[in-house]
Write a protein that binds this ligand. Sequence first.
Ligand code: NAD
Length: 483
Amino acid sequence: MPFDLIKRQNLLIDGKRVPAQSGRYFTTVNPATEEVIAEVAEADEADIDAAVRSARAAFEGPWSKMRAADRGKLLLKFADVIRDHQDELIELESLDSGKPVSAIRRQDMPAVLDTLTYYAGMADKINGQVIPARVDALTYTVREPLGVVGAIVPWNFPLMIGMWKIAPALACGCTVVLKPAEITPLTALRLGELALEAGFPPGVLNVVPGFGKTAGNALVEHPDVDKITFTGSPGVGRSILRGAAGNLKRVTLELGGKSANIIFPDADIDAAVRAAAAGIFFNTGQVCSAGSRILVHEAIYDTVIEKLAARATTIRVGDPQDASTGMGPLVSDVQMKRVLDYIDIGVKEGATVVAGGKRCTEAGYFVAPTVFGGVEHEMRISQEEIFGPVATVIKFKDEEDALRLANGTVYSLAAGIWSADIGRVHRFARRLKAGTVWVNTFGPTDIRLPWGGSRDSGFGREHGDMAIENFTETKVVWINTGA
Ligand code: NAD
């Protein structure tokens, strides 16, 4: 068993594993078996306060005295330590979230390491500017770390999304209080331990599992937190904006999506179907940018439905710890019920299940890869984020129709277009409402490229050098030199 997975996992505050002040624990479950795998200390307001105080002391103390280049070296060391423990982290992530080990090894873990090394290299390149505003003064800017960052993350990519926030925040010289999702707290705690092993001073990275309404909200409302970086649902995003108003914290929100993947008849249809299937079934559809709405030109609609349904039925659904598994369970009982409810809603709305449509095992939260045909744009399954392995396939007539459908939800995170017509590709890239537009591919992300959305998908951009702006403040220094 990895990570001394025995039974009681305490919080990580100020470099020490400590129980919650209330003494309370909650359980975390393996979604493939429904077995309890650990009891986890349940942080609430008092523990969040202790974590924030530790983060503040580290920020004012050892962390602020370290050279930026040395922060970068520590981040590289952190990457080395994680690499040395990657088998353990992969197994733990899979046990806690139900993600297949093969996918974590291929996708999440390389992304975690890439993120760390990318921001390690950036730590000593966060520069100001000399701006010659006057002849009687030397005027320049410096970029200073914001201070204490509260990072609140979801359960669909616990390690990877956690690192998307930790690495740039630390590179900028901030300290972090990380609140993992209550259903996947284990790898975050282990990351915190590995950071200490790498040599980060206590308090630079604190990890406080707990529930959203208590621990999450206490972090959001804490007067000594300077910034909240959040990935999760639009409803919670709204509540975070309200909660952060008290001390006018800076906020970045990466929220949901209902991304359109648009297939024209001039596309490579087999490649489009392959990517469309991966775009909705990868990570059991629990991906904010999942291509959950597949918009298909009427001339190829029947062919695409047939090929997609065939692909859906060949996906190996099963034990996430088995290296040959293609799709694991949903993350929780609640999530499985939500997905099954949406399948019922789709049927009642008049759409047709052409593949899957049901739970596949008695134990574990497994739902078969599901394809709905005959979907109308106004149906709830076409408008609302299901966050499960459910593809809705919608017919369109022409470009205008495709654009109207693609832009016709409250979300604007990502979109894909499949076409060999270069003019059409450019027209769509310009007119699609999305933070990312993929052309003749669907779903890749890279830490060097800005990531985020608008409207109900949130605001702000993570990744690349834009993330540096999320964790720094600009100061002007004006030195009177005399003319
Ligand atoms: P969620 O919003 O319920 O929870 C996310 C995190 O917020 C958890 O840690 C939770 O404990 C915490 N939280 C809940 N209520 C809170 C509150 N009142 N105050 C502070 N924190 C609170 O979302 P989820 O169910 O964990 O994740 C699924 C959602 O996340 C989907 O909508 C999905 O699209 C979105 N998501 C977006 C991206 C992106 O990059 N845009 C990536 C992954 C997931």
